[in-house]
Design a protein. Structure first.
Length: 519
């Protein structure tokens, strides 16, 4: 267990919180009924934290700089009411992140984060993420013990405060949910708990989906959300806040040192931007009409956007008819890159095709953001490049959207997949103990074979994939595929399953000499 927070642990926390927000993004979206029932709080928190995590990962080992970049990344990437408040909480925390962050310092970090959240909001309301963060800060004031004890107390207090939010905010009680932003705060603190102590929190979903409730709830208050970054002098901010406060509600103006993030709900979006123009330079302007966000228009032509690890695979999927977003093996793609591809497609209907499980939460977040902009998006459960290829092979752009999505999903699910790779460490697997250098055969992502030679293991994987028959075997060759591998597998198929055809594709993927698929 850690006794101090250093830059390494803060970056691990940033990674863990991003994973947590990705996994519960849809659940938090479903809780979102306040301040506007637009179902995007989970997505906004995820996108804000993603920007923060990327910024923190780009700096040196120094803790103050890591914390400062985490806060700045959140400020630049903040989305929605919840994202702006979260960015300000991180800004407050960064102010107290002087090494070493021990027990006493962590108390100050949590207290300043809570205070900064309240300072960000022109008219704070209890029963929100502000309340949850303050409860965490209050709880640790009297806790004696180790850093782990303090983090554990903060996490527990936040979850208890979250459960009480329906008692504080009538709209939550009416919908039968806890506060969406507060739910996000608990995920962030639970991620810190996991990094510091190794403990994980199991929180069963005890709330019902609010989809039907939200659809029937009228949008109360102003019709538009206006957000922009603003380059302006710090001394001009009090006047800007006063003017924007008169134009609407949910006002947030956060930042400093000449860069500000402005958020307001208003019926006069043009005037809200003009206020910024009068004191500085607004940029990254986003204007959202709440009603159209909840009820997007009917779409038109359709595109397929696929995710690919590596340039050769990207070329292959492009030839299969997809618009491709590339990423490095072992790193998830950025949500902004997927959103850019969706935008560049020019389509009102988009099918997103992830290539591994880690890409699915990012694809879901991008889909939610695109839907808010009026694009109809479906994310298919394609967990292998071979399933992406199978889905693209049956993509009928002339078919109705729902029909095409079902056909593509069915083709992907009908493709049994396998892979061959090399162990990098000793581990206990479902096939026994593997050691560094062993060749591993995976069937549907589970290790099923341990051997010493790529061709031998690939043959065993292929036999397992063909145990229930098949019509087509697809071999996707990686960057390290042995020269004789195709001949070995072709010969084996002809001898054991002469009725099955073999197709060879060059994917160029690292770490996996061959991916295998059976349809």
């Amino acid at each position: 267990m850690a006794e101090v927070l250093d830059a390494r642990l803060v970056r691990r926390w940033a990674d863990a919180a991003l994973d947590a927000l990705a996994l519960c993004r849809a659940e938090i979206d479903a809780l979102n009924v306040y301040p506007v029932p637009d179902g995007d709080t989970g997505t906004n928190l995820f996108l804000t934290w993603e920007s923060a995590q990327e910024a923190a990962a780009s700096v040196s080992e120094e803790l103050p700089e890591t914390a400062r970049m985490l806060a700045r990344g959140a400020l630049l990437g903040a989305r929605g009411n919840s994202g702006v408040i979260l960015s300000q909480m991180l800004h407050g925390a960064a102010e107290e992140m002087a090494p070493p962050v021990n027990v006493d310092q962590l108390r100050r970090v949590l207290r300043r984060a809570a205070q900064a959240g309240y300072e960000a909001v022109a008219h704070p309301v209890e029963g929100t993420m502000l309340t949850v963060m303050r409860a965490a800060a209050d709880a640790v004031e009297s806790v004696e013990g180790s850093l782990s004890d303090v983090v554990r107390a903060a996490s527990r207090a936040a979850r208890e405060a979250l459960d009480r939010t329906p008692e504080q905010l009538e709209v939550l009680a009416h919908a039968g949910v806890v506060d969406a932003g507060g739910r996000g705060v608990t995920e962030v603190l639970d991620a810190l708990l996991a990094v510091v102590t190794g403990e994980t929190v199991s929180r069963p979903v005890s709330v019902r989906s609010t989809a039907a409730v939200v659809a029937d709830m009228p949008v109360q208050g102003p019709a538009f959300e206006v957000m922009y970054l603003l380059d302006a002098k710090d001394e001009d901010m009090s006047g800007l806040r006063a003017e924007l406060d008169a134009l609407g509600d949910s006002l947030l103006v956060v930042g400093g040192d000449g860069l500000w993030n402005v958020h307001v709900h208003t019926d006069e979006p043009g005037e809200a931007v003009e206020v910024g123009v009068r004191v500085g330079r607004p940029h990254r302007i986003r204007i959202t009409h709440f009603e159209s966000q909840r009820r997007p228009a009917e779409p038109h032509p359709r595109s397929a956007v696929a995710i690919a690890a590596g340039s050769e695979l990207a070329v292959l999927l492009t030839e299969c008819g997809a618009q491709v977003v590339s990423h490095e093996e072992g790193r998830r793609p950025a949500t902004r890159d997927l959103l850019a591809a969706i935008s560049q497609s020019g389509s009102d209907e988009v099918v997103l095709l992830p290539d591994d499980p880690d890409s699915v939460p990012v694809a879901e977040a991008a889909a939610a953001e695109a839907r808010a902009a009026g694009v109809r998006v479906a994310v298919l459960p394609t967990l292998s490049p071979l399933q992406v290829v199978s889905a693209l092979a049956v993509h009928d752009r002339q078919a109705p959207f729902d029909v095409a999505v079902v056909q593509m999903a069915a083709a992907a699910q009908a493709t049994r997949t396998g892979a061959v790779t090399t162990a990098v460490r000793e581990a206990l697997t479902s096939a026994g103990v593997c050691r560094p250098g062993d060749v591993l055969g995976l069937v549907n992502r589970d290790i099923a074979v341990i051997g010493s030679e790529v061709g031998e293991v690939a043959v065993q994987v292929l036999d397992r994939l063909l145990v229930n028959g098949g019509e087509l075997v697809t071999l996707m060759l990686g960057a390290d595929a042995p020269a004789e591998l195709v001949d070995v597998l072709n010969r084996h198929v002809r001898q054991t399953h002469p009725e099955v055809d073999v197709e060879v594709l060059v994917g160029g993927q690292p770490h996996y000499p061959v991916l295998l698929g059976v349809e």
